[in-house]
Design a protein around this ligand. Structure first.
Ligand SMILES: *Cc1c(COP(=O)(O)O)cnc(C)c1O
Length: 403
């Protein structure tokens, strides 16, 4: 299929990118032009099954008709007025987010990293109110919280990049799932424990109940806040609206983004009662955040995802997907919850090469580490999609094991 609205082809786009874009990404050589549900099409008309969804963004499927309609409708009426005025979609979305989770207040942002910046400000101000002069935020070593300087400081693997220094002070990390080290790191000076309940970018590693319970207890004893970064795990990805619902703890703050707008950029920092009143006028803000189009899109997304039938399907299909993957030669383990799945590969198989091979075969996945694939399919897939994806992964692994 060719698209009459396109003015340049793939090679020209590639040449422009090569000349004009900063070299912050290594892109795969595909030029997607259309998406519908779980499917994508490139400029040559080749069809792909998308088991990555723009890194868990298009969880309701590409161009979900309800999201498209909400964006169309709202963008024809009013696109932006700023946070100096009231707009209805923002107020309605705040209610939805609060009432579906921690019950406190919401701050909107435009991205995940900005949602975490808000959470970090809340944590620091909350600590200052208890008389802590140099508040510290504790995370796990392989956590990912974003790329602005605050969130970056809580992302140890990236904060180690000295060329970007100096890093923000007041952050500390302990080994993943080390409940003892976490307990020891949290004390009087701790403002918050900021963690992903399931680490996504580092390869899909769920945090153990033991470590989560240790974090909750240590925060309670120190008067610190427990913050869950649910930017990847939230909005239904794990088979509950929020991942914390399937853990034994309730955080004080959660951050959301990625799937929240169904492809439209939006983030949110949602508090429980303990953190709801911390920020005051002047403490934080954003020109674009909470705009009518983004919040209308997010309401449409929640209308689809906040549905017990869909969420049960996510848990069932996730279990089915993992069972089928674990039966494949070349797969050593699967990790995750719901439709957030890490796939461990046999030693000697390079996950990035498998990912590139799968793209050629028409399946979009990614390889967050050399020994693992990550699958983040749309939450609206059915078992035929799973069978098709697993069949392609089987073929690919067969080819790599034969080498
Ligand atoms: C993607 C992600 C972020 C950063 O979100 P951006 O929208 O890229 O800023 C932060 N935390 C987690 C857990 C993420 O997966």
């Amino acid at each position: 299929m060719t698209d009459a609205t396109r003015e340049i082809g793939f090679e020209q786009a590639r040449a422009l990118e090569e000349r004009y874009l900063m070299r912050t990404y290594r892109r795969a050589p595909v030029d997607f032009v259309r998406g519908e549900g779980a499917l994508l099409w490139d400029a040559e008309g080749k069809r792909y099954l998308d088991f990555l969804t723009g890194i868990s963004v298009c969880s309701v499927g590409h161009c979900h008709p309800d999201v498209v309609e909400a964006v169309n409708e709202q963008s024809q009426r009013l696109m932006h007025v700023s946070n100096l005025f009231y707009t209805e979609p923002m107020a309605r979305l705040a209610e939805r987010l609060s009432e579906s989770s921690l019950g406190g207040r919401v701050f909107f942002s435009n991205s995940g990293t900005e949602a975490n910046e808000c959470a970090i400000k809340i944590a620091r101000k909350h600590a200052h109110a208890r008389g802590v002069s140099a508040p510290e935020i504790v995370s796990f070593e392989s956590d990912f919280h974003g790329r602005t300087y605050g969130a970056l400081a809580a992302t140890p693997a990236l904060a180690a990049n000295e060329a970007l220094g100096p890093m923000l002070a007041g952050f500390r990390a302990v080994p993943r799932n080390d409940a003892g080290a976490l307990r020891e790191a949290v004390g009087e000076g701790t403002a918050a424990v900021l963690i992903e309940p399931i680490q996504g970018e580092s390869g899909v590693f769920p945090i153990s109940d033991e470590a989560l319970l240790a974090a909750r207890q240590a925060c309670d004893e120190a008067g610190a806040l427990l913050i869950f970064d649910e930017i990847q795990t939230g909005v239904g990805r794990t088979g509950s609206l929020w991942a914390y619902e399937q853990t034994p703890v309730r955080p004080d703050v959660i951050t959301s983004a990625k799937a929240l707008g169904g492809g439209y950029p939006i983030g949110a920092c949602v508090t429980g009662p303990a953190a709801a009143e911390v920020l005051a006028p002047g403490d934080h803000g954003s020109t674009f955040a909470g705009g009518p189009v983004a919040t209308a899109a997010a309401i449409a997304v929640l209308d689809v995802v906040d549905d017990p039938v869909l969420l049960r399907r996510v848990r069932e299909l996730g279990a089915y997907l993992r069972e089928k993957l674990e039966a494949l030669a070349g797969v050593t383990e699967t990790r995750g919850r719901g439709l957030m799945v890490g796939v461990g590969l046999e030693e000697g198989i390079d996950a990035a090469a498998v990912g590139a091979d799968l793209l050629g075969r028409g399946l979009v996945v990614n390889a967050p580490r050399p020994d693992s694939l990550r699958l983040l399919p749309p939450l609206v897939i059915d078992s035929d999609h799973v069978d098709h994806a697993v069949g392609l992964i089987e073929e690919s692994l067969l080819a790599f094991r034969g080498r």
